[in-house]
Design a protein around this ligand. Structure first.
Ligand code: GDP
Ligand code: MG
Length: 597
C-alpha cells in the first residue's frame, strides 16, 4: 500500500468507556468478520481480560475501509493495554501510530487514566480525534463532556464525533474522521530496514509471533534479520497481518503494521521496543525509546500441597513463555518448603499471574507478602538489592536503606478529596500539587512504592466509590527508616508474612495484621498467641482462645450422609491449610492478612 493510504491509530480510553466495544464495531463495519464470527469483544481474547474488562496484551487489526471519496484505505487499529502496570507497552504501541481516537464516556466524562494516556499520545505527536461514546445513555451529556475535553485536556472538541459503540451510531463518522484527520505515516522504502518490535507472544503453532511497525525499508519472508538490541539473528518464515484472522502477506512496507515469525522459541529474545533490521544492509542505529522493563513487585509463590511443586514449576514456565516481563527463580522457605520468588510489573500483574495459575493450572497457592526492591547500603560500602524480607541482613551491618518512590496523579470528584488526601497522608505521601477543574480535583503526590503495592488501589476505589482514578510512574529511590517486621504464630515466625515496613507505621501495621490473623486463623484445641515483632521486640499481640467443644457435635443429630459431607468438606479445607508447627493457617489468611485496614 502506498503511504498516503495508510492510517495507524490506537484507541485511548479510560477503563469501561467503550474501547473494546468500539474496536469490535469498526472490525464489523469494515468486514473483518462476519456477524456470526463477531463473538463478544474480539480484541480481549483472554478470559481474565474479559472478566476484569481490561486489555492486557496489545493486539492490532488491519481494516480495509472504502471511504466516501471512493478510495480504499488500510487502517491499522492498535489496541493498547489499559492499566498502569503496563505503561511501557502502551508507550511502544503509541509510538507505532500517528494518531488516536480519544474515547470518552458521555455520562462519565474525562478520567485520570484518559488524561495520562492523552498526554502520552500528545508526546508522540499524535493527532487526536475525540469521540464521545455512549450517547444512547439517558445520563449522556455530550455538550458537557465536550467542554470538559477542551477545558481539561486543551483539545478542540468542536468536531468531536458523537457515537454509541453499542448501538452502532456514528461508526462511519469515526472512520471518515480517521481518514481525514490522522496523518499518513512517513517512511523511505529504499532505506535500510528499521522496524520496531511492538509486542510479541508465544503461539503453540507459530512459535513466537512478533508484532512490528515498519519505519523504513521493507520486511519480507526469507530475509535474515537482526535484533539490534537483543543481538540475535533469525530467518523470517512468515509475514502477515490480522484481520483479525491471520492473513499471510509477501511483505510489509514503510508505515505498515503487521506480524512476522522467525522460528523463535524463546520470548525473552524479543524485547518490546527493540529495532529489527536486516543482516545484509543494517540500519546505523536502533530507533529511539527502547527501555528495559524490570519487575517492581516481588513475592513468593508456594504450593499449598508440597507435592504440587513440579506442577507449579511447569505451569510457571508455561506462563513465562508468553510474558517476558514476569520473572521467577526457585526459593526455599523454612516453613513453606519449595516455591518460587516471582517478579511482576505491579500488583495487578501479580494477581493476573496468580489467578491464571490457580484457574488454568488448578493450583492452590500461598502468596507471600509482596515486596518492592530495596537498596541496602551496607557498612562496608556494598549495596544489596533486596526483594525478599527473609534475606534482610542484620541491622548492625546496615548503614542505610533506600526504597523506590513514585509520583501519583489522582483525579476525583471534590466530595471524596478529603478521604483521599488522608489515605495518601497515611501512606507517607508528600503532596506536590492540587488543582480543581469543573468540580473535580486533580492531586499529585509522591509516595513510597511499598505503601502503594499492597492495597492502595483497592482502598482508593472503595473510598471514592470507584470515582477516583490513579496513575503513577517511578521517580527513583530515597532513603527511608525501614525495618523488618516478623509475625509469630504460636511463638513461631511465619516467614511468608514477614515484611519490610517503615518504622513510623510498623506498630499500626503490626496491630492490624495481628487483629486480622486472629479472625482468619480458626480456633484450635489450645490457645494461640499472635505477635508482630521487630528484631526481638514485640510491638503488637493478640490471642486466639482455645476451642471449647467439638464442633461437629453441635451440628448433628443422626443424619449420617450430612455428617459424611461435612467431613469431606473439612478434608477439602485441610488441603488448603498450611501447617505451622501445630497451627493450621488457611490459604486465604495469607493474602487477606496483607490487606491493610
Ligand atoms: P473498555 O474497558 O474501554 O474496553 O470498555 P468496553 O468496550 O469493555 O465497554 C465497557 C462497558 O460499556 C460494556 O458493558 C459495554 O457493553 C458498554 N458500552 C460500550 N459502549 C457503549 C455504548 O455506546 N453505549 C452503552 N450504553 N454502553 C456501552
Ligand atoms: Mg477493553
Amino acid at each position: 500500500t502506498d503511504l498516503s493510504h495508510i492510517r495507524n491509530f490506537s484507541i485511548i480510553a479510560h477503563i469501561d468507556h467503550g474501547k473494546s466495544t468500539l474496536a469490535d464495531r469498526l472490525i464489523q463495519r469494515t468486514g473483518g468478520l462476519t456477524d456470526r464470527e463477531m463473538s463478544a469483544q474480539v480484541l480481549d481474547n483472554m478470559d481474565i481480560e474479559k472478566e476484569r474488562g481490561i486489555t492486557i496484551k496489545a493486539q492490532t487489526v488491519r481494516l480495509d475501509y472504502v471511504a466516501k471519496n471512493g478510495e480504499t484505505y488500510e487502517l491499522n487499529l492498535m489496541d493498547t493495554p489499559g492499566h498502569v502496570d503496563f505503561a511501557y507497552e502502551v508507550s511502544r504501541s503509541l509510538a507505532a501510530c500517528e494518531g488516536a481516537l480519544l474515547v470518552v464516556d458521555a455520562a462519565q466524562g474525562v478520567e485520570a487514566q484518559t488524561l495520562a494516556n492523552v498526554y502520552q499520545s500528545i508526546e508522540h505527536d499524535h493527532e487526536i480525534v475525540p469521540v464521545i461514546n455512549k450517547i444512547d445513555l439517558p445520563a449522556a451529556e455530550p455538550e458537557k463532556v465536550k467542554a470538559e475535553i477542551e477545558e481539561v485536556i486543551g483539545l478542540d472538541a468542536s468536531e468531536a464525533v458523537l457515537a454509541s459503540a453499542k448501538a452502532g451510531i456514528g461508526i462511519d463518522d469515526i472512520l471518515e474522521a480517521v481518514v481525514a484527520k490522522i496523518p499518513a505515516p512517513k517512511g523511505d522504502r529504499e532505506a535500510p530496514l528499521e522496524a520496531m518490535l511492538v509486542d510479541s507472544w508465544y503461539d503453540p503453532y507459530l512459535g513466537v509471533v512478533i508484532l512490528v511497525r515498519v519505519v523504513n525499508g521493507v520486511i519480507k519472508k526469507g530475509q535474515n534479520i537482526k535484533f539490534m538490541i537483543g543481538g540475535t539473528e533469525h530467518l523470517i518464515d512468515r509475514v502477515g497481518c490480522f484481520r483479525p484472522k491471520i492473513e499471510q502477506l509477501g511483505e510489509l512496507g514503510p508505515g505498515e503494521i503487521g506480524f512476522i515469525t522467525a522460528q523463535i522459541k524463546d520470548i525473552s529474545q524479543t524485547r518490546v521496543g527493540d529495532t529489527i533490521t536486516t543482516v545484509k544492509n543494517p540500519a546505523k542505529e536502533p530507533l529511539p525509546g527502547f527501555k528495559e522493563v524490570q519487575p517492581v513487585v516481588f513475592c513468593g509463590l508456594f504450593p499449598v500441597d508440597a507435592n504440587d511443586f513440579e506442577k507449579l514449576r511447569e505451569s510457571i514456565s508455561k506462563l513465562r513463555l508468553n510474558d517476558a516481563s514476569f520473572s521467577f527463580e526457585m526459593e526455599t522457605s523454612a516453613a513453606l518448603g519449595f516455591g518460587f520468588r516471582c517478579g511482576f510489573l505491579g500488583l495487578l500483574h501479580l494477581e493476573i499471574i496468580q489467578e491464571r495459575l490457580s484457574r488454568e493450572y488448578d493450583l492452590d497457592l500461598i502468596t507471600t507478602a509482596p515486596s518492592v526492591v530495596y537498596e541496602i547500603h551496607m557498612n562496608d560500602g556494598t549495596v544489596r538489592h533486596l526483594h525478599n524480607p527473609a534475606d534482610m541482613p542484620d541491622a548492625n551491618h546496615i548503614d542505610y536503606i533506600e526504597e523506590p518512590w513514585i509520583e501519583a496523579v489522582i483525579y476525583c470528584p471534590d466530595e471524596y478529596l478529603g478521604s483521599i488526601l488522608k489515605l495518601c497522608q497515611d501512606r507517607r505521601g508528600i503532596q506536590k500539587n492540587l488543582t480543581y477543574v469543573g468540580g473535580r480535583a486533580q492531586v499529585t503526590y509522591e509516595l513510597p512504592l511499598n505503601e502503594v503495592v499492597f492495597d492502595f488501589y483497592d482502598r482508593l476505589k472503595s473510598i471514592s466509590r470507584g470515582y477516583a482514578s490513579f496513575d503513577y510512574h517511578q521517580i527513583g529511590a530515597r532513603e527511608g527508616d525501614l525495618v523488618k517486621m516478623s509475625i509469630l504464630v504460636n511463638n513461631e515466625p511465619v516467614d511468608a508474612l514477614s515484611m519490610i515496613v517503615h518504622r513510623g507505621t510498623a506498630e499500626s501495621r503490626g496491630r492490624g495484621m495481628c487483629e486480622r490473623l486472629k479472625d482468619l486463623i480458626p480456633r484450635h484445641l489450645f490457645k494461640i498467641p499472635i505477635q508482630a515483632a521487630i528484631g526481638g521486640k514485640v510491638i503488637a499481640r493478640e490471642t486466639i482462645a482455645a476451642m471449647r467443644k467439638d464442633v461437629t457435635a453441635k451440628c448433628y443429630g443422626g443424619d449420617i450422609t450430612r455428617k459424611k459431607k461435612l467431613l469431606e468438606k473439612q478434608k477439602e479445607g485441610k488441603k488448603r491449610m498450611r501447617e505451622y508447627g501445630s497451627v493450621q493457617i488457611p490459604q486465604e489468611a495469607f493474602i487477606a492478612a496483607l490487606r491493610m485496614g
